[in-house]
Structure formats: structure tokens, C-alpha cells
Design a protein around this ligand. Structure first.
Ligand SMILES: C[S@@+](CC[C@H](N)C(=O)[O-])C[C@H]1O[C@@H](n2cnc3c(N)ncnc32)[C@H](O)[C@@H]1O
Length: 220
């Protein structure tokens, strides 16, 4: 699968993004806090980047049972107390009752949602955030005012030029995936969406050299 290969080769800056998450959360919090990871996948990076003693509970939601099995293993190995839920993260409110979290993370999953659903997503996050809570989004990001088609062309060209271990079949699969699934926002439009949902502050915490892969924090 192209995504797993891109992770192995660090093409999407997972290492740097998770280093930034670790440093940021370790600086902010001294006491253990609860965290929810939406579209957590196998939690391979989050399990390694979070300090186990700082995590009260890690709640991970993903639609893939296979990914959650791996996530359980990774989190257990890291000594992080976890609760994993198989389900659709676009309706995560129905999966977690009235529970609130200090931190909500969504990594390389928000880009899948159309704009209207992103607004709903941020509104739902506000309902489930504790006071002074924050949402950390790491995702693919397009340029300000860039048309989706131009973004798709640019992303494909970036991968074709800079991801040397992808053969032509993998590149074709990447093209199919992004054409079908990618609805990335620009930093400006994401900030605007979050503001509409009631988030007052947005801060760019990391952006890689390509500009495509960013970590952004939203605070109420
Ligand atoms: C690109 S992976 C990202 C995984 C992980 N967050 C990371 O940073 O590597 C996207 C993950 O989101 C999950 N996913 C996509 N849409 C989902 C949905 N609507 N509900 C729950 N999980 C979803 C997929 O199963 C996959 O594990």
C-alpha cells in the first residue's frame, strides 16, 4: 500500500510531525491528560511520540479492525492505557458519549472530508474538548486560493519527482487515491472553518519543505 510505503520512507514527514507533537505536548502539560486520536490507524507514531506517564487515557477511533489490532499492540508496548473503538470518526460523538478530552488529534484523515463536514467536525470537537483543550491536525494542505485540480497535479508531480522508491504502478495508485479522496484545505481556509466552529486561535506548528504536510493547532 502506497501510504505505508510513504510512511516507511518518511515522504509525508511523519517523523518531524510527531517530534513536534511530542515537544509541544510535553511543554504544555505537566499533569496527565486524556487524548483522542481520530483515524488513529495503527497508532505506530503516536504510541512512540506520546509520553506514557502524561497520557491518562488514549482513545483511538478507526474504521479498520486490522489497524486497531496493530494499534492495541503498539500502545500496550508503549505502556499507554488505551481504549480503541471501531467506527466512523465523522460521527465520533455517537461513539464516546459525553466524554471530554484535553487533546484531540486527527492525522491525515481530515482531508477526506468535504468542507461542510469539516465545519461539523470542528463543532463536534468543541463539544468534546475540556476547557483550554486543543485540536491538533496534521494533514495535506493546499496553497491559499489554489484550485483542487491544480493541487492534485502539483501533489502528483511532487511525488513523482521526490519519492524515488515509488514505481509506476504505485504512482498510478497514488494518482487514483488523491483524485478520488483528497479534499485538502489551505491553512487559511482551515483556520476560517475552525473559526466558524468557534476556535479562536490557530497556529502552524510544523510545515515540511514541500509545504504539503503541515501540523496545525486549534485552540478555543
Ligand atoms: C491515512 S491513514 C492515517 C493514520 C494515522 N492517523 C497516521 O497519521 O498515520 C487514515 C486512517 O483513517 C482511517 N479512516 C479513514 N476514514 C475514516 C472514517 N470515516 N472513520 C474512521 N476511520 C477512518 C483509515 O482506516 C486509516 O487508518
Amino acid at each position: 500500500m502506497v501510504y505505508l510505503h510513504a510512511i516507511d520512507e518518511n515522504y509525508m514527514a511523519h517523523h518531524e510531525i510527531h517530534t513536534a507533537i511530542r515537544q509541544h505536548l510535553n511543554t504544555l502539560y505537566e499533569k496527565p491528560f486524556s487524548l483522542m486520536d481520530l483515524g488513529c490507524g495503527d497508532a505506530n507514531f503516536t504510541s512512540k511520540s506520546l509520553k506514557p506517564t502524561l497520557i491518562k487515557t488514549y482513545t483511538g477511533i478507526d474504521e479498520s479492525a486490522e489497524a486497531l489490532q496493530l494499534a492495541q499492540k503498539n500502545l500496550d508496548q508503549a505502556g499507554i492505557k488505551s481504549r480503541l473503538i471501531q467506527g466512523d470518526h465523522t460521527t465520533f460523538c455517537s461513539l464516546i458519549g459525553d466524554e471530554k478530552f484535553r487533546v484531540i488529534i486527527i492525522g491525515f484523515s481530515l482531508y477526506l472530508l468535504p468542507r461542510e463536514e469539516k465545519i461539523r467536525f470542528f463543532k463536534d470537537c468543541r463539544k468534546h474538548l475540556r476547557k483550554k483543550g486543543r485540536v491538533l491536525v496534521y494533514d495535506v494542505v493546499r496553497r491559499h486560493h489554489e484550485e483542487r485540480d491544480d493541487y492534485l497535479k502539483r501533489y502528483y508531480e511532487h511525488a513523482a519527482e521526490n519519492w524515488p522508491t515509488l514505481n509506476s504502478t504505485a504512482l498510478r495508485q497514488l494518482a487514483e487515491h488523491i483524485n478520488m479522496s483528497d479534499h485538502p484545505e489551505s491553512l487559511e481556509s482551515l483556520t476560517d472553518i475552525a473559526r466558524q466552529a468557534g476556535f479562536k486561535h490557530a497556529e502552524l506548528l510544523y510545515v515540511d519543505a514541500s509545504g504539503f504536510h503541515q501540523l496545525i493547532e486549534f485552540v478555543q
